[in-house]
Ligand binder design. Structure first.
Ligand SMILES: Cc1cc2nc3c(=O)[nH]c(=O)nc-3n(C[C@H](O)[C@H](O)[C@H](O)COP(=O)(O)O)c2cc1C
Length: 201
């Protein structure tokens, strides 16, 4: 059951030396490729990174997070603003229906929003293959405004253009040693309601 996978998934930050086969990376990336998006805009690119040189650079970009350089591989999730130019939505005149009419900030937010779905799909596909993961959002990019020099270097190294942002990194690998999943989450009744906040479901 999907809910069992969701319950067993946890962020893993210590990885074993064992390599994940390419066919499993391909399945994980395919899960991301098939995710839904606003008017099917697919405003994303995914870069599989396995070289130590690039992992080291991306660890620097992630303010030195060690699991970024120690993971077996990374998926760099790129928010691709260019995709809206290619999208055939110019005939839609209502801003609510057309992110291109929501201004520069609107496009940025919408583009980042689309990435949530493939990232979730990829993490769950990884979990189904017993490949553990951790989302890395603490990094230098145009949104956080930190580490501009490393960000420019990483973008050039990974072949991004100015309309493409390194939004998120997913670390991947086998777990170094098994640890229990400890889901610390708000209670069901404090986040889920029926009809109105305050009414229990
Ligand atoms: C958008 C986002 C950004 C995150 N950024 C980081 C990060 O930079 N480094 C890290 O180690 N974990 C990061 N995490 C992982 C969270 O800390 C983790 O998902 C949360 O504590 C819940 O734990 P669990 O994933 O084990 O259930 C991030 C998670 C999300 C969703």
């Amino acid at each position: 059951m999907l809910l069992d996978l969701i319950k067993s998934r946890k962020s893993v930050r210590k990885y074993s030396e064992k390599h994940v086969p390419d066919e499993d990376f391909r399945k994980i990336l395919e899960a991301g490729r098939l995710a839904p998006s606003w008017m099917n805009v697919q405003s994303w690119k995914f870069i599989l990174v396995k070289s130590q040189e690039n992992k080291d650079l991306l660890s620097e970009l992630s303010v030195g997070q060690v699991h970024v350089k120690n993971a077996d591989a990374l998926i760099v999730c790129v928010a691709d603003m260019n995709a809206w130019e290619e999208a055939k939505i110019t005939h839609i005149s209502k801003p609510a229906l057309n992110p291109k009419l929501q201004g520069e900030n609107g496009i940025l937010i919408r583009t980042l929003e689309q990435l949530i779905y493939p990232i979730s799909y990829m993490m769950l596909e990884a979990e189904s293959l017993n490949v553990k993961s951790c989302i890395i959002g603490a990094l230098g990019n145009e949104i956080t405004g930190v580490l501009p020099e490393i960000s420019a270097r990483a973008k050039a190294k990974l072949g991004l253009n100015e309309n493409q942002i390194i939004s998120t990194i997913i670390t991947l690998g086998y777990e170094a040693e098994y640890s229990e999943t400890n889901k610390t989450r708000k209670d069901f009744d404090s986040v889920v309601f029926l009809e109105k906040i305050g009414n229990k479901f």
